[in-house]
Design a protein around this ligand. Structure first.
Ligand SMILES: *[C@@H]1O[C@H](CO)[C@@H](O)[C@H](O)[C@H]1NC(C)=O
Ligand SMILES: *[C@@H]1O[C@H](CO)[C@@H](O)[C@H](O)[C@H]1NC(C)=O
Ligand SMILES: *[C@@H]1O[C@H](CO)[C@@H](O)[C@H](O)[C@H]1NC(C)=O
Length: 515
């Protein structure tokens, strides 16, 4: 059955990276709302950096710079800025593909004040995923600071937009991520494709930073049953003809069945690929054993503790060190050892064999070829591996209104209600608003205040309902205190309307009063 993994051959030697597999480009939709000539919905590919607004939309106006059209240089040098003025639409910067990394373009656009970057492809081809540079870029730090969303658009759309702009037309568009993730029910299934190698440069560093930062949220979501998380590990096999070679012997276990690249890419020093495979297997086994005992979230503790206590650089990337961590978490070590089995033997390991099967894409999820990769509800997540960005994406995976409280917490809210109550209904006198901030953007929903439920459309009207409705702003009705007596037009039954009390005339609402 090894032939099934033929696609892995092309990457087996050294690199994690793109390959000939069925790689699925995750897309969001881009809706041009004006001008009339190019109005319509287009596909664009989400970049693998920055923060896509999963579950949300962003409205903006497109600018194609007069100079620095590839955005490879700092816009300050050209005296160009894209900061939108108060009340103005955010700027989506359109730039040309080529000459520098996608991430460099996004970084320059962000620094100049753009709200999103659109990269126009330079040839007619299917959309690809813009990834972060593989090389250990000296300035890789900036990549982590990219927060604007990015999208690759086709050459033809790019050309149409440029043409419209050159004719002096205003190009407005909506970037929409609401359907980028399926959100069928109240539980989100997600997977993290990772590895235990901690010496692969910025990618490994950002991977472990993410695990450390996301651990708290992941554990709460899992313990409360909102999510089902599964970690995964990529391995590949050594082609038959090379099983006895020095390379396969140092990179593979179980007789060439499961291999990983050498961490330092140097066979003569440090740890070998097979050390990484064994530690990956130990992490996968820890998850299996912890999951069987009903505590799958212990994986997050193990992986973080192992990275802190057993790093390669301290020469502690060993079984002894791993076993100490496992013992301190109270997980049964004999079960882990049994799951790992004899790594020198010419036999299958059921856990790694299952992992290799899972690597092949199914349904809407393509083959996993970029490490690390997060898969949410069977779609590959694209964007920055950062706590808030990932939480936002996971939250977008819940059916609307079934999101857990953590999704509505401060760190991922959008503050759209601060300005003009987000355009929702509000009662100035009682200071009550129908605007509620969520990670999906604001929603206009009649509120519940002091136990009194308001009903209405949330945009133009909400009114208190129920027996207590007179408690809030006197139910919107007239009220007056005169000679120590209070007269009220609020009727304490379910009729909602205002009615002047006996002896008074008028319709009873605040403006008309009762006389
Ligand atoms: C990235 O952000 C961090 C923290 O906000 C900051 O200290 C650092 O200088 C930034 N790096 C770059 C290249 O701007
Ligand atoms: C983890 O446990 C749950 C519940 O027992 C089960 O449905 C799931 O398949 C397990 N996951 C793995 C990867 O074994
Ligand atoms: C209205 O309520 C909000 C929070 O509930 C508060 O921050 C704000 O100051 C109030 N405004 C007025 C005019 O009372």
């Amino acid at each position: 059955m090894r032939e099934n993994f033929g696609f892995l051959i092309c990457v087996w030697i050294l690199l994690w990276g793109n390959c000939l597999g069925r790689f699925v480009v995750e897309k969001n939709s881009l809706k041009v709302t004006s001008p009339e000539s190019i109005k319509g919905v287009y596909e664009c590919a989400i970049g693998n950096f920055g923060v896509p607004q999963y579950g949300g939309t962003l409205v903006g106006t497109v600018v194609y710079p007069k100079a620095n059209q590839g955005a490879c240089k700092i816009f300050d040098d050209f005296d160009i800025s894209f900061k939108s003025k108060p009340g103005g639409l955010p700027t989506f910067l359109l730039v040309d593909r080529g000459d520098c990394f996608f991430t460099m373009k996004a970084w320059n656009a962000q620094k100049a004040g753009a709200a999103a970057i659109l990269v126009a492809d330079n040839k007619d081809e299917p959309l690809i995923t813009m990834d972060t540079p593989e090389e250990e870029d000296a300035s890789a730090e900036y990549v982590l600071n990219i927060t604007i969303p990015s999208a690759l658009v086709s050459k033809s759309l790019g050309d149409s937009i440029k043409k419209a702009l050159s004719l002096g037309e205003m190009v407005n568009m909506n970037l929409d991520w609401t359907e980028s993730l399926p959100h069928p029910d109240e539980r989100v299934e997600y997977e993290f494709w990772t590895n235990s190698n901690d010496e692969c440069g910025p990618k490994c560093d950002s991977q472990i930073e993410f695990v450390k930062n996301f651990k708290g949220a992941a554990q709460i979501l899992e313990q409360k049953g909102y999510t089902q998380f599964t970690p995964h590990y990529i391995t590949w096999y050594c082609p038959e003809a090379f099983i006895l070679s020095k390379q396969c012997k140092s990179q593979c276990i179980n007789h060439g069945r499961y291999c990983a690249p050498d961490p330092e890419q140097d066979f003569s020093k440090g740890y070998d690929g097979k050390d990484v495979v064994v530690q990956n297997l130990r992490q996968a086994c820890l998850f299996k054993v912890a999951n069987e005992s009903g505590k799958p979230w212990l994986w997050w503790d193990y992986v973080t503790d192992f990275a802190i206590r057993c790093p390669m650089k301290d020469e502690k990337y060993t079984k002894e060190c791993a076993d100490q961590v496992i013992r301190s978490l109270g997980v049964d070590l004999t079960k882990i050892d049994k799951c790992i089995g004899d790594t020198e033997a010419d036999v299958d390991n059921p856990v790694l064999k299952a992992e290799q099967d899972t690597q092949i894409g199914k349904g809407s999820r393509g083959d996993v070829t970029i490490l690390p990769t997060l898969v949410i509800n069977n779609r590959q997540y694209r964007g920055k591996l950062d706590r808030a960005a990932v939480l936002k994406a996971i939250c977008a995976g819940f059916q609307e209104t079934t999101e857990p409280a953590i999704c509505l917490s401060e760190d991922i809210e959008t503050n759209e209600c601060l300005e003009n109550n987000g355009g929702c209904w509000w009662d100035k006198n009682a200071n009550i608003t129908a605007c509620r901030d969520t990670f999906r953007g604001r929603v206009c929903e009649c509120p519940i205040v002091n136990g009194v439920k308001f009903s209405g459309d949330g945009y133009t009207h909400c009114e208190a309902s129920g027996a207590l409705h007179c408690e809030i702003n006197n139910g919107g009705c007239w009220r007056k205190t005169q000679d120590g007596r209070t007269y009220s037009a609020c009727v304490d039954d379910h009729s909602h309307g205002c009615k002047c009390p006996p002896g008074f005339k008028g319709d009873g609402v605040t403006l008309e009063r009762c006389r």
